[in-house]
Structure formats: C-alpha cells, structure tokens
Design a protein around this ligand. Sequence first.
Ligand code: ZN
Length: 282
Amino acid sequence: MDFSNMSLEQFNNQFTTENSCVDYLFSVRWPQGFVCPRCSHRHAYVTSTRRLPLYECCYCRFQVSLISGTVMEGSRTELRKWMLTFFLLARQEKGTTAVELSKIIQVTYKTAWSILHKIRSMIHISNNQIPLTGSISINSAVYGRPFNPSVHKHPREHLLLIAASPNHTEETTTFLKIKHVIPHNPTSRHITRSEIINFQTQHIDSSAQNISITTGLYTPKRLRPLLSITKQASQWINTTFHGLGATHLQLYLEEFILRFSLFSKNISLFPRLVKLCFSIYP
Ligand SMILES: [Zn+2]
C-alpha cells in the first residue's frame, strides 16, 4: 500500500474498522507470521474477546498483545485514531499539531498532545541510535529570534549544533543531527569547545574522518552551509507550530530530521513511523 499520495478520505476508506487496523499492524509487527517474543515459537492461541487480540504462545504460554512494547501500549485510544495520527504526521507539507489532531480524531487536546509526544520521543530514540559516519561537517546555528543586537543571548534564542555527512549514500537515512545546546551560562551566545566535544562524542562515530567544524557566533553564514537546513527546520517549526520554547524543542527537531531525511530521498514516512512503533520503544 502506498500511503504517500493518499487523501484523508482514501486513508479512512482503507481503515474503516479496528479489525482492519489490527490486520495491518499485525503484518507490520510479524511480517512472517506470529513469533513469540520469549521463545520464538511460531504458533499462538488467539483470544479475541478483548478490545485487542491477545496472543498466547502455544509452547511457553507467554502472552503478548498486538501493542505491548510499542508506543501504543497502555493507550485506550482506538487503533484507528493512532493510525490516523501516523497518517497526518506523515503528510509532506507540514505534519500535524495537537490542536488539529484533537479535532480530527476527536480526543481531548491533552490526549492528542500525549500521543504526539510519545511518537516524537520514539523518533528521538531512533534518531540517536546510529551515530554519523564518513566525512562530517559541523556548524553552529540559532533557532528563535532572528536578530539580536546584544552580545547576550535573548531568552527566546536557542543555540544549535548541526552535523551532516554530505557524502551519504542513497540507502543511509541517518546523515543528519541537529541538537539544541543548552549553555552552562544561560546568557551566553557562544557554544564552547567542551559542548562541541560532547556533541561529537554522543553523535559522531569514532571512526569518522575529515570532521570539519565551523562554529562561532561571528563566523560568516556562507562558511556554515548547514544553516540552510536549520533555516528550513526553523521555518517548518514556525509555520506548523507558530514557534516553540526550549522545553520540547529537541523533540520537534528530531521530527524535522526524520521528515527531512526521508523526504529528501523520496521515502514515504507513514510506514516508517508505524514500523518504528514496533522496533524501539522502551
Ligand atoms: Zn513462547
């Protein structure tokens, strides 16, 4: 199924019932048929009397529901609404917001926000699993107030470090990191050497070579080519969410990274989001 060009109506026609979502999610979780998470046995008894089917391994009796261990675990929101959330998030133009989502899937703002927060947290974990390799450029950037004549950081200005591996291949979707740097001194507009080293340690593989670092508040923008990407990130955040504060900025940057990485390679985001659900949520 190609979801990338589907309209909302077409998507709704595809998933009209909870059962249609169960079938789709089962095929994502167990593409070769059921596998017991504990003993790898291939057969299960299915209890269908509950809201969602429960699978009990025929060999070791381990019980697993379709959504246990996923971002949806513990949620009382219907699967259709979760699927619709993935669909709305995967739209190329802008994604979705908690306000819009709450209206479309008819849940409270709090529930919509919580669903999106869980998905973004999952994207964050996934993005951090693989460090960058190859030759790498690192630049400094700022999100927030575009102009500030003072040497001190404006409270709405947020320092960023961005790294990219420009010679990535078609297959690698991990070629970009953007991290919100919170300086020790809250009024400082400088990213220190130790903050850059910290960033490298966490996000760049030790085998990486030719690491070019161009940061610094007064370094001309033309020497920091990755600013064009942080500019796109800022525009997307400002257009979709009308600006953000510091608290959750990193999670929205992670969503941008996933969107940017996949869309620049013409990869559909919807199946990736659903698959992420079943692969890494702690
Ligand atoms: Zn088992």
